[in-house]
Design a protein around this ligand. Sequence first.
Ligand code: ADP
Ligand code: MG
Length: 470
Amino acid sequence: ETAENYKAISAAEFFYKYKEIAGFANPARALYQTIRELVENALDATDAHGILPNIKVTIEKADQIHEYYKITVEDNGIGIPPHIVPEAFGRVLFSSKYVLRQTRGMFGLGVKVAVLYGQMTTGRPVEIITSQPGLRRIYYYKLRIDINKNQPIILERGSWRKNRDWHGTIVSLTIEGDWSRARFRVKDYILRTAVVTPYANIVFMTPEGEIYYYKRAIDKLPSPPKQVKPHPYGVDLELLKRIRETGKYATLYDLLIKSFQSVGDVTARTLISQAGLDPSIDPMKISDKDLLKLVNTMKKYDKYRPPTAQALSPLGPDIIKAGLTRIYEPEFVEATTRKPSAYQGHPFIVEAGIAYGGKVPMSPSDKPNLLRYANKIPLLYDEGSDVITAVIKEDINWDNYLVHLPAPIIVLVHICSTKVPFKGVGKESIADVPEIRKEIKLAISEVARKLRNHLSKKIREEEKKKKIVN
Ligand code: ADP
Ligand code: MG
């Protein structure tokens, strides 16, 4: 037999077949991942839009015989325009986050893989209730995904008048899960989320009926991210073609000035002349060869301003300290936000916080307890292969900071970027990029020095007390 069967599959079919790469490898992981995707969407819909989040997460046993769980997440966010709902929940690779702006979501994938997982394990559809601020009605949808066509199938829809000024979204999904194996991770995920969102009220109800309530501890939100233009350092031939195909630019000069950040009059003219082109040429008339010349010139040029950090939304030291305090009530807490930096044309900011003593648990003996975050998402799996772990184990000598492990110390590291170099689409660990590694080390050392001051003062005071007693 030599004949092959050739066919194309849809994006929905691809992720239906390879759901483990999106974090849905088994019923325990799937339960954790579903909660993560829903909570991240809920937070993106609130804090990135200037709304103090109220988030409610409920997990209920949904069947007498099978291990089916109904997961419901409610937020008070910006809602979703009703005509968009079917695509947002029923078309894989559909998103409002395909722009240069820091968000938790970015692939247009998460919630759809959860919907697919639900429909393949329990056959139950996703339910969405949503309303935007200012709308008079609340909209309701029940839908599933047509896997072959990568399209939503609407099973039910409806709307009713609002009798109070509610806005936000409630999403319910029923999946086969393994709560007893997922319980620890899910609780840990919610706790770690609560650490970096002290400005949120978070209520979490387990299938056993336990209620965890993290009450808002600070009324300040991180400054919302702004959408920005690409930096020329990250340009390629396709990007330039796609920009010119918008047809918005009369001349090459115009295109460069208006569609890239860090390119002003002088830079634009320099780039064009170095590429041997004419600034007044119609971008549509440039040959591929000339366009490629321009791409190479743009990449080689080294006098750009670094990429803007306006697209980023760091937490800031106040929020990090409030978050660590809300959970650990430590005797010492400090935090820092480094200045923006860049790798391969992508801006990033590293933040670090340390809590010591109080309710901080004892660390293992080879490193402090660690809380890793990327774009405000807690990272729980694959700690061993994360660059942050490498830094706290290999680049920092904790004894130099008077921290003799094991100790009641927890280190928080947050990396925000328009492109976090995750090692996979499951978003669980960060690759070892030298520029980022260096900033992580600087951030932690800065806070660790303050901890050393605190600890050495404490030692001196204890010695003084001893002398008085003797
Ligand atoms: P991503 O978060 O990566 O964009 P998702 O599949 O998780 O992809 O979500 C698709 C889109 O649906 C989001 O980009 C967002 O526009 C919208 N969305 C999902 N959940 C919510 C929510 N709770 N509130 C507002 N919008 C939402
Ligand atoms: Mg998402």
